[in-house]
Design a protein around this ligand. Structure first.
Ligand code: FAD
Length: 382
């Protein structure tokens, strides 16, 4: 008897790319299972994200409504000097949101039994049109499509392209979130309503308001999000920054609460020495700063038979493109649109690959040029 059930996708990774993919594929009638390594909700981490049109369109495509505002509006971009003088002000209205608001909105749109937490992909095989995935728990799942949305250190990509790994770009993003009211009045008076920058000879600092931990956009209940891109040489300096409070050398990021006290103190001292007073206030008032080494990665193609990679598993755009979340949304939506438009899955995937390779390549190129000029690097360190 012919199987008339809708096709099934196995999505590896339950962060933004995985949940954008799950909501988009469900919207075109596919059955979807998401397998996420982390046993708990991922909602306690993550900072600010510029709300790009692709994210809003992906919500719309999947029929997702959000009860309140999706983010905090800023009107101007301002550029401060070391002493806090406004060097330049330009009208540039935009909306900033938080990783947790986007992730929470997607997670609530999925039926409870869609995301399987605490499941780590170990390997997979393809036979004909069926992909079989094996997990550390002993679980085995079969589907018509395997989606590697498992991030920069993707197991799916490592299986298919074992030689390819992210390369350090020569600088690190130090980041923090703090309650809106934790910033002294003199600083919040200067910064509220703006997307604020300070450009140094080899760094860039930026800050803006994002929703509160409960997704509130009510004044007083929001959070300040800051990012400080600073040159940091590979080798001993990077090793020191990426070694956490337990002495473990992390690959590319140290989460909130895991920076060594000395590293956090050095950051606060550097803030007082180099940043405008409002920005220095922000850094010194942040209880748990965190760090993300900036890396580059691009795959030569995104489709491998019935397995695809997308989001950060395929391309890691530099943060200056404000495009990581948006690209994950665009990859997922384009995949669903391609699969809806053709009854032949393999043809649909081939077309999707061509289009999204162009998008990913262009975004990475733009990000590398922007990032290297911001921190004064001549070329990407490869
Ligand atoms: C906790 C967290 C906070 C973040 N905060 C921000 C932010 O504030 N601002 C921003 O712009 N971007 C943030 N990002 C990155 C942002 O999510 C990405 O740039 C973008 O959304 C695309 O990422 P991704 O979903 O492809 O990969 P990732 O976000 O890296 O997610 C990959 C997921 O795959 C899971 N995974 C990895 N290997 C396996 C495996 N073998 N089996 C099962 N699961 C696996 C990981 O646990 C992870 O949840 C954050 C990511 C995470 C995980």
């Amino acid at each position: 008897m012919k199987d008339t059930a809708p096709p099934r996708a196995l999505v590896i990774g339950g962060s933004l790319a995985g949940l954008f993919t799950a909501t988009a594929l469900r919207a075109i009638g596919w059955r979807v299972d998401v397998f996420e390594r982390s046993p708990s909700m991922l909602d306690s981490r993550g900072g600010g994200i510029v709300l790009q049109p692709d994210v809003v369109q992906a919500f719309r495509f999947a029929g997702i409504a959000h009860a309140g505002a999706l983010g905090v509006r800023s009107g101007d971009r301002i550029f401060l000097d070391r002493h806090g003088q406004v060097l330049q002000r330009m009208a540039m209205p935009q909306t900033q949101t938080s990783w947790s608001l986007v992730h929470g909105t997607l997670a609530r749109a999925l039926p409870e039994d869609t995301v399987h937490r605490g499941e780590t992909l170990e390997g997979f095989e393809t036979q004909g049109h069926t992909v079989t995935a094996r997990f550390a728990s002993g679980r085995v799942a079969q589907g018509d499509l395997l989606v590697g949305a498992d991030g920069p250190l993707s197991t799916v990509r490592a299986t298919l392209l074992p030689q390819l790994a992210p390369t350090y770009a020569g600088y690190t993003a130090w980041r923090g979130l703090l309650p809106e009211r934790a910033l002294p009045d003199r600083s919040s008076d200067q910064l509220t309503g703006s997307f604020a920058f300070q450009d140094g000879p080899d760094f860039q600092f930026l800050a803006y308001l994002v929703p509160g931990p409960d997704e509130s956009t009510t004044p007083g209940q929001r959070r300040w999000n800051w990012v400080w891109h600073r040159r940091l040489d590979a080798g001993a300096p990077l090793d020191a920054a990426m070694t956490d409070i337990h002495g473990r050398r992390r690959a590319y990021s140290v989460p909130p609460g895991a920076l060594r006290p000395q590293v956090a103190q050095d950051l606060r001292d550097a803030a007082r020495a180099h940043l405008a007073p409002s920005f220095a206030d922000m850094v010194t008032a942040t209880e748990e700063p965190f760090a993300q080494a900036i890396t580059d990665l691009r795959v030569p193609w995104m489709v491998f038979g019935r397995t695809v990679v997308l989001g950060d598993a395929a391309f890691i755009p530099r943060p200056h493109t404000a495009g990581g979340a948006a690209k994950a949304a665009a990859d997922a939506m384009a995949l669903a649109q391609a699969l809806r438009a053709s009854s032949n899955i393999d043809q649909a995937l081939a077309g999707w690959n061509r289009a999204q390779m162009r998008v990913g390549t262009a975004m990475c190129d733009r990000g590398i040029a922007l990032g290297n000029s911001i921190v004064g690097l001549g070329g990407a360190q490869r």
